[in-house]
Design a protein around this ligand. Structure first.
Ligand SMILES: Cc1cc2nc3c(=O)[nH]c(=O)nc-3n(C[C@H](O)[C@H](O)[C@H](O)COP(=O)(O)O)c2cc1C
Length: 205
């Protein structure tokens, strides 16, 4: 089992979602042949999209050296069997660091093709777990704000072929210790139902 772990939380290791991701990685990677590829979008920020890159992706004969960053990020996905993404909700959607990763990974003629029926993903599907940390609530009975993160990210991942996406919500993280413990408990129960983390692979903190 090879896992790509993408972190987009500015709190990195102290983020609740990051801790949960580490538990998931430990649970899934118990065999000797397991491997982990880490991509921390906060400690190692990606360069902004330049004019040259923007021109290259729409050019018929691009200078391929301009795709180096994009290629590296795409290969990190290609070399792994499953993805775990830890992201906070920032102003109802993905944080800028994760948006930049998306802008490099979704590349025409490389990870998706444009057809008369629309964009078609060119990547092999693989389980993708997205841990979404939010201060408040955007789903369920207590929801009081819009959620442009989960539908957007689900759509973006599906457009390159990553359709087996599971969103694990950690809501109410700024509502005190009890709310945090409750969110983590629900998330662990949900994750343990997936075969990658199930039964003898019980999630332990
Ligand atoms: C710039 C910024 C914008 C935020 N926007 C939202 C928001 O729209 N909705 C929400 O519920 N929480 C929002 N929050 C709170 C974070 O989602 C919350 O702190 C969460 O715990 C972050 O998860 P993390 O600890 O894994 O980074 C925002 C935080 C920051 C820093």
């Amino acid at each position: 089992m090879k896992i790509l772990f993408v972190n987009a939380s500015p709190h990195s290791e102290t983020s609740h979602g990051y801790g949960l991701a580490v538990e998931m990685i430990r649970s899934a990677c118990r065999t000797a042949h397991s491997a982990l590829v880490k991509r921390d979008l906060v400690s190692t920020p990606l360069p902004p999209i330049t004019q040259d890159y923007a021109k290259a992706i729409t050019s018929r004969e691009p200078d391929v050296s301009l795709f180096d960053v994009s290629e590296q990020l795409i290969r990190e996905i290609e070399m792994t069997d499953a993805l775990i993404i830890n992201t906070p909700m920032h102003n109802f959607t993905v944080p800028a660091a994760l948006k930049l990763w998306i802008d490099y990974v979704l590349r025409v003629h490389r990870t998706f093709a444009v057809t008369p029926e629309g964009k078609v993903g060119l990547m092999r599907d693989r389980p993708t777990f997205v841990i979404v940390g939010s201060g408040g609530f955007h789903s369920g009975e207590r929801a009081w704000q819009g959620d442009f993160l989960t539908p957007y990210l689900r759509y973006a991942l599906a457009s390159i072929g990553l359709k087996d996406a599971h969103f694990v919500l950690l809501q109410g993280l700024t509502h005190g210790e009890e709310a945090v413990a409750d969110a983590l408990q629900r998330a662990r129960e949900e994750i343990a139902r997936h075969p990658l983390f199930a039964s003898d692979n019980t999630i332990v903190s």
